[in-house]
Design a protein around this ligand. Structure first.
Ligand code: PLP
Length: 396
């Protein structure tokens, strides 16, 4: 006899991982599947980073819980160089993926979770597993799916001293949209007014198509934690390395997370931490890799945007990351005749009838009948694309 924790009942395994397994299974059965479900970087890990991993393959020791000092220094250097926040190595925490660190944060901090709708698939289930309340903040397609300072204020003024975490992810999974400086400043001012903990999920911070990625930490340094990692800009999602960078004011939270880490995963594996030093130290080769990968993703994102728009879908042009979040409301009547009334039914029918795997809007916080979906435009040979982008790219 056993009982499953009530918080876990009714939660499905993460939809991105499920769609990936299903697509792989269908492919193995010989079906022609276009994998636009899982948001995995299509690019190979930069060569120098792979070499660093190989060089340290024999390192077998448990590392310090908060991470290797050399890696924490390297990440502090990276964050200072990119002018996101002023920090030292002691402000940096390493973990096996930013997803795991986010879970630790929610375990360590007592408070409600505020997230814009739509948001990445794992924020809300993590909060539910821990038993925290989730408040979805409305955003709208015609506003580029950007949270406004006003919407945030409306939620917070209700109970101004309630402890809360706001997660802001930009460039965004699932919309590909990002924020202007002015918008970040306005949101930061509200966050300060209500003393929110602001988790700035910048895992796609290097994957922006125009200009320079800027962090909201510039405007709310005392309350912002930056989240990033190797998964999206260095192609190493499966290696599992993420990092949080804290302001010194929130050091007790870092320490509390490290206590939980010490009683759970202990530390991230050594070879990967050494490899991450090479990635975060950067250099001309990494800069080239980033320039070329942004170039490739921009071209594909714009192409997909044109195609979807010409079909009649409503969709924002991506400004970063590798996602599009189209709405198919104009097809509602035709789809209803085929008994397709939910985004989940739409995605199932697409996979069965065309072999295209995408994720329903319901996985990102919308009601089942919101006819939208997320496309991850990553089903191409990233190595070949980088070679093309670096070479005779004209008109790719
Ligand atoms: N945050 C966002 C918005 C993501 O899309 C992902 C991965 O898909 C993550 C965090 C987690 O990344 P990782 O755990 O690989 O660092």
């Amino acid at each position: 006899r056993y009982a499953i924790n009530l918080n876990v009942r009714g939660i499905q395994p993460s939809s991105t991982l499920r769609i990936n397994e299903l697509s792989n299974q269908l492919k193995a059965e010989g079906k022609d599947i276009i994998k636009l479900g899982l948001g995995q970087s299509p690019f190979p890990v930069p060569e120098r980073v792979v070499e660093a991993l190989q060089k340290h393959a024999h390192e077998k020791d448990y590392l310090p819980v908060k991470g290797l000092k050399g890696l924490r220094e390297s990440i502090a250097g990276y964050i200072n160089r990119s002018e996101r926040m002023r920090c030292t190595w002691e402000d940096v925490l390493i973990g096996p993926g930013s997803k795991e660190l986010l879970f630790l944060l929610q375990l360590a901090y007592y408070g409600d979770l505020l997230i814009p709708r739509p948001s990445w698939v794992s924020y809300a289930p993590q909060a539910r597993i821990i038993g925290r309340s989730v408040h979805w903040l409305p955003t709208h397609a015609e506003n580029n799916w950007q949270l406004t300072a006003e919407e945030l204020d409306i939620i917070c003024r209700d109970d101004p001293s309630r402890p809360r975490i706001l997660i802001l992810n930009y460039p965004s999974n699932p919309t590909g949209c990002t924020y202007t400086d002015d918008q970040l400043l306005a949101i930061a001012n509200v966050a300060r007014k209500y003393k929110l903990i602001l988790l700035s999920d910048e895992i796609y911070g290097e994957v922006h198509f125009e200009g320079k990625h800027k962090s909201i930490a510039r405007y709310y340094p005392e309350g912002t934690i930056i989240s990033t990692g190797l998964s999206k800009w260095a192609g190493a999602g499966g290696w599992r390395l993420g990092t949080f960078i804290f302001p010194s004011e929130l050091r007790p939270l870092l320490d509390a997370m490290a206590i939980i880490a010490s009683e759970t995963f202990t530390s991230t594996s050594a070879p990967i931490q050494y490899a991450a030093i090479a990635a975060f130290n950067g250099g001309a080769d990494i800069d080239d890799y980033l320039v070329q990968s942004r170039r490739v993703l921009k071209v594909i994102g714009e192409y997909m945007h044109r195609r979807l728009t010409s079909m009649g879908a409503v969709v924002q042009k991506p400004e970063g990351a590798f996602y599009l979040f189209p709405e198919f409301s104009s097809f509602r009547e035709g789809l209803a005749k085929r008994d397709i009334k939910t985004s989940q039914a739409l995605c199932t029918a697409l996979l069965e009838n065309t072999g295209v795997a995408i994720l329903p809007a319901s996985d990102f916080g919308f009601a089942p009948d919101h006819l939208g979906a997320r496309l991850a435009f990553v089903d191409f040979d990233g190595g070949e694309a980088l070679a093309l982008a670096g070479g005779d790219y004209a008109g790719c």
